[in-house]
Design a protein around this ligand. Structure first.
Ligand code: UDP
Ligand code: MG
Length: 321
């Protein structure tokens, strides 16, 4: 990498099948970038293995404007990895990340820059509302913030998004983090630094569907909690410890039953006791095994030590090196 402080502003945009949105999005973004920092900007698009014509469009944009770069992934690696690749590539004093689907209001970029110039090292876009999001997704995300904040030492602000700005000093530290299962905003939050917030109303998607299904979001939520916290391991240990006295208590009941009959008139047969307890114990064993398995799988992927992403150099444009 050459001069790290090359331009004033870098804007990182992960793109996955956004063909129908990209033209108007790019026009607006370039206009805003030029008005904010004249010619001292770069826009880094990451084509995250799109199957539509996004790649072709992005190539055209980059050939027409030398301030635009394209990192083309060899396949779909997911938004978090795509954003990471863009942050790695950026060579600017301030680096912004924004979604390509038009949900993050482009005109606010100047506000982010203002807060950054006023001294904030991290400026975070916080969503007021999310039009057209289902009940499950809205309350699911509320629940996620609650659990995540309780289990980890990182404080995520509810509604905080990937629409954010980081200073190049934050970028330097971000680059050092090498874990594979990652949630970019979680890592940035973990880094700390002086931060400021900008509230915004999320626009509806320009077109197309959100690439993240509920199942994918749930997996992301579980993975990021597991990678940031060891508490779930303790929880299964605590449950195990709580079960022990319970089984002792039931044992006592059985002795009393045998000695003086059935004082509480439970009329439980011996096999009923056994069935209840077996089911209970098997359930607990499975849960704790599952939790251990989750950590094992994370250790597994981390120790494989594969590259975080693969760039198809032949299809990438205007990159450094
Ligand atoms: N995206 C990506 N890779 C993926 C899925 C999404 O790069 O596998 C991009 C997508 O093109 C968009 C941004 O990430 O620019 C946010 O995606 P989306 O709107 O689907 O997610 P949400 O709005 O639900 O966070
Ligand atoms: Mg979106």
């Amino acid at each position: 990498m050459s001069d790290k402080n090359g331009v004033l502003l870098a804007i990182v945009v992960p793109v996955y099948n956004e063909g129908s949105n990209l033209k108007s999005f790019n026009e607006q973004l370039v206009k805003q970038a030029e008005s904010v920092s004249s010619n001292s900007y770069e826009i880094i698009y990451i084509d995250d293995g799109s199957q539509d014509h996004s790649g072709v469009l992005l190539k055209d944009f980059c050939e027409a404007n030398k301030n635009l770069r394209l990192i083309s992934f060899s396949r779909n690696f997911g938004k978090e990895i795509a954003t990471t690749a863009g942050i790695h590539e950026a060579e600017a004093q301030a680096i912004m990340t924004i979604d390509a689907d038009g949900q993050h209001p482009i005109e606010l970029i100047s506000e982010f820059i203002k807060k950054w110039k006023a001294g904030a090292k991290v400026v975070i876009g916080v969503r007021n509302s999310n039009h057209g999001e289902g009940f499950v997704k809205r309350y699911g995300s509320k629940l996620f913030y609650k659990i995540f904040n309780r289990l980890t030492k990182v404080r995520l602000i509810e509604g905080s998004t990937d629409y954010r700005l980081i200073d190049s000093s934050v970028q330097q530290e971000f680059i050092k983090m090498t874990e594979r299962s990652r949630i970019t905003r979680g890592l940035i939050d973990w880094l700390g630094y002086k931060r400021d917030y900008i509230k915004f109303d999320a626009n509806p998607r320009l077109s197309g569907e959100a690439g993240y299904s509920f199942r994918k979001l749930l997996k992301l939520a579980i993975d990021s909690t597991i990678s940031m916290s060891l508490s779930p391991l303790y929880i299964s240990a605590y449950i195990g410890a709580a079960v022990l006295p319970l089984s002792v208590l039931t044992g006592l009941f059985m002795i009393i039953d045998a000695l003086i009959g059935d004082p509480l008139h439970l009329k439980a047969t011996g096999s009923a006791y056994i069935v209840v307890f077996l089911v209970f114990l098997v359930g607990i064993l499975l849960v704790s095994q599952g939790i251990i398995g989750l950590y094992l799988s994370h250790i597994h992927t981390e120790t494989q030590n594969r590259p975080l992403y693969i760039v198809d150099k032949g299809r990438s444009i205007n990159l450094y090196e």
